[in-house]
Design a protein around this ligand. Structure first.
Ligand code: ADP
Ligand code: MG
Length: 465
């Protein structure tokens, strides 16, 4: 296993040093890659040798080219599919196919993409053109295999790409079944950003004497990504997102949400307010999903609102900001999400909204990540928004009676000034108070925060912990 220190002291190799031939080197140069990434440096020579590989490297580290380059070089130009790449989603299949097309340009690599939603007849027609590399999603592939639509199908190399996502999407059984139809002596490559136990078990079942490659994650401490946490109350999430979008003016941002329904709701809410948002989740039709990704890539929309599963692995560059609408469910999800920004040496900002109830989760994550996380307050409203908001406020009787009591104490104009100052000028949130004031009934709702919080501990570590 690789440690970061070993990584850094090793001299970096060139693509040529890894054993790639001149045709491929030409395509690599055309694509603009100058140096192999660490996962490419480790994986390319072993894949070229024909060995099984289990490789783990975080999102955005160039895993596609790590398997695609040696696979392209090893193709024999037979009249049957020589390489099969299985990806969890249609979007990823198309992305991998694009990359292979570019990297295999000089070698004239013929690819086919096979995924659900496309007409079976059309796919069969395309198969007649003797593709060398098939990129497929599990469901449709299994369908073709079961119905014996793939003739002379004996790929020499099989890749499971983004395996952890296959697990998340419930594809592991399909994958095992697919292997019943594949030649036993095929070279198998398993690539994943994380290695949860079920993926390791799968690897044990289907790989033979694999070479293990693990590139330690670096981007959580990557100085290119600024990580900030904003303290809010549960009902303030939409408002907080709006104020952050206004203040940060991201060139392109992704807002991550937990549920498909929330994605649609926030998309409606923000687009009604004039933000150029576009949604992405698994319940959308394939065409709508592709249109959404296209709109975001072309900057027709500059805010993508997405669920984890729909967006993982997608290579979208130039994302300046990632927003976590809720605390992500676990550290892995957090790392995946913030890895959508700060790519290819560019700067990025990752902003997470946390409520006092999510504080325990934040602490747990801080331990996993091992870097200090900073807490911030939501920037205050600007004048225009305040005027807009005021024009919509309805005054109820309770407030009228409060107003009457207060105007016995203060002049109305003084009262307005004082209230405004209270609300907007002193926007130093008293975090101690916020966390200390968690009502016991609220705490009970969250299984993780059933114990009363110790005030003193938080006081010492506030802001930076
Ligand atoms: P992963 O599968 O690990 O998430 P990708 O294969 O999608 O990562 O690669 C992320 C991005 O990095 C892509 O845009 C890809 O073209 C680019 N890339 C890959 N390898 C290199 C390299 N050696 N130099 C520069 N960019 C690279
Ligand atoms: Mg990938």
């Amino acid at each position: 296993m690789q440690t970061p220190t070993e990584e850094t002291i090793q001299p970096t190799k060139s693509f040529k040093d890894l054993g790639l031939n001149s045709k491929i080197l030409k395509s690599i140069a055309e694509v603009g890659f100058t140096q192999p990434s660490p996962i490419q440096e480790k994986a390319i020579p072993v894949v070229l040798e024909g060995k099984d590989v289990i490789a783990q490297a975080q999102t955005g580290t160039g895993k596609t080219a790590a398997f695609a380059l040696p696979i392209i070089q090893n193709l024999q130009n037979n009249k049957s599919v020589e390489a099969l790449i299985i990806t969890p989603t249609r979007e990823l299949a198309m992305q991998v196919s694009d990359e292979i097309f570019k990297l295999g340009k000089s070698s004239r690599t013929r690819t086919i993409c096979v995924y659900g939603g496309q007409s079976i007849r059309k796919q069969c027609e395309l198969l007649e053109r003797n593709p060398q590399v098939m990129i497929a999603t599990p469901g449709r592939l299994l369908d073709h295999l079961k119905n014996k639509r793939l003739k002379r199908f004996a790929p020499k190399v099989v890749v499971l790409d983004e395996s952890d996502e296959m697990l998340d999407m419930g594809f592991l059984d399909d994958i095992e079944e697919i292997f019943d139809y594949l030649p036993e002596d095929a070279q198998i490559l398993l690539f994943s950003a994380t290695m949860p136990p079920p993926i390791k078990e799968l690897a044990n079942k289907i790989l033979q004497n694999p070479v293990s490659i693990h590139i330690a994650p670096t981007h959580v401490t990557n100085a290119d990504i600024t990580q900030r946490f904003y303290v809010i109350n549960e009902h303030e999430r939409n408002e907080a997102i709006m104020r952050l979008l206004d203040k940060e003016t991201p060139s392109k941002s992704i807002i991550f949400m937990r549920m498909k329904r929330e994605v649609d709701e926030l998309h409606q809410f923000l687009s009604a307010k004039g933000y150029k948002t576009t949604p992405l989740h698994g319940d959308m039709e394939q065409r709508a999903r592709l249109a959404s990704i296209k709109a975001f890539k072309s900057k027709q929309a500059d805010v993508l609102i997405a669920t984890d599963v729909a967006s993982r692995g997608l290579d979208i560059s130039d994302v300046s900001h990632v927003f976590n609408y809720h605390m992500p469910l676990n550290t892995e999800s957090y790392i995946h999400r913030i890895g959508r920004t700060g790519r290819a040496g560019k700067k990025g900002v990752a902003i997470t909204l946390v409520t006092p109830l999510e504080y325990k989760e934040l602490q747990r994550m801080q331990k996993d990540i091992g870097s200090s996380l900073e807490l911030y307050e939501i920037p205050h409203m600007d004048e225009d928004r305040l005027i807009q908001a005021l024009s919509k406020v309805e005054v109820d009787a309770e407030v009228v009676s409060l107003y009457e009591q207060l105007t016995e104490q203060f002049e109305p104009s003084q009262l307005v000034l004082k209230l405004l100052s209270l609300q907007f000028k002193s926007h130093k949130v008293d975090l101690d108070r916020i966390f200390a004031e968690q009502k016991p009934s609220e705490s009970k709702k969250s299984p993780r925060s059933s114990k009363p919080r110790r005030n003193g501990r938080f006081k010492d570590s506030r802001r930076r912990y």
